[in-house]
Design a binder for this molecule. Structure first.
Ligand code: ATP
Ligand code: MG
Length: 236
């Protein structure tokens, strides 16, 4: 379970303060598949980064189970991230001078796995995403859809319990989008928690719960359980 409690996030720039997010209470249960929808600048990446232990809130607490994530020392927080969380970033964040295989090996390397095991596991993951013949290509030598699949393989390679994805299907052709969404469906069926930011209605429809962000304010439209109710305001 992931929980936000009285969280705000302010950014300060040149004496000006922007409130990027305000949320009194949000609970995401283990195994949920949540879509976060909202216009550009509404705080989606900020919310995802807070949930993922990558950006400390200005006020409030982020709980992962019984642990208050931002009360952990930095080293324990990054250990918890590499053991439990997988991220798909809005901009892929592939390392440009590493091959597809080496990029996918990164999380395993951080966990201290032996090089031969890293290679075997990374190449299995890339094959699963139809990239068996692109193992030694660098990001600039691959299409956008292929780069996103490499990023996805890297996210899933260490078997994360929680997947945080920022626009994972943005800029993808329909075929690559299906590959990504099918991988998320499979991960959801395996009991993983998925939290996905998306502008794409096709992607949002695959989730079992939707949250909407507008100017940092979160509202909920639970597609399955509350389809006939108006969205409920979560935060003040
Ligand atoms: N490091 C920062 N410093 C100052 N302001 C920031 C910073 N990061 C984000 N913001 C501001 O906070 C608000 C929320 O940004 P965020 O990146 O979370 O939006 P988003 O919903 O992910 O947008 P997009 O759909 O364009 O990716 C925006 O108004 C943005 O300008
Ligand atoms: Mg964003």
């Amino acid at each position: 379970m992931i929980k936000l409690e009285n969280v705000t996030k302010h950014y300060s720039r040149r004496g000006e303060t922007i409130t990027a997010l305000r949320c009194e209470q949000l609970t995401i249960l283990t195994g949920e598949y949540v879509a976060i929808i909202g216009p550009s600048g509404s705080g989606k990446t900020t919310l995802l980064s807070l949930l993922g232990g990558m950006l400390s809130p200005t006020t409030g607490k982020v709980w992962l189970g019984e642990t208050s994530v931002y009360d952990l020392p930095t080293s324990a927080r990054s250990e918890h991230r590499s053991q439990q969380l997988g991220f798909v970033f809005q901009t892929f964040n592939l390392v440009p001078y590493l091959t597809a295989l080496q990029n996918v090996q990164i999380p395993l390397c951080l966990l201290g796995q032996a090089a031969a095991d890293q290679e075997r596991r990374a190449s299995e993951m890339l094959s699963r995403f139809g990239l068996a013949d692109r193992l030694h290509h660098r990001p600039s030598e691959m299409s956008v859809g292929q780069q996103q699949r490499v990023a996805l393989a890297r996210t899933l390679v260490n078997d994360p319990k929680i997947i945080l994805a920022d626009e994972p299907t943005g800029n993808l052709d329909p075929e690559s989008r299906e590959v990504v969404l099918d991988a998320f469906d499979a991960a959801h069926q395996e009991g993983r928690t998925i939290i996905m930011v998306t502008h794409d209605p096709v992607a949002a429809n695959r989730a079992t719960r939707s949250l909407t962000l507008r100017a940092g304010e979160l509202t909920e439209a639970d597609t399955d359980l509350q389809a006939d109710q108006s969205p409920q305001r979560l935060s003040a």
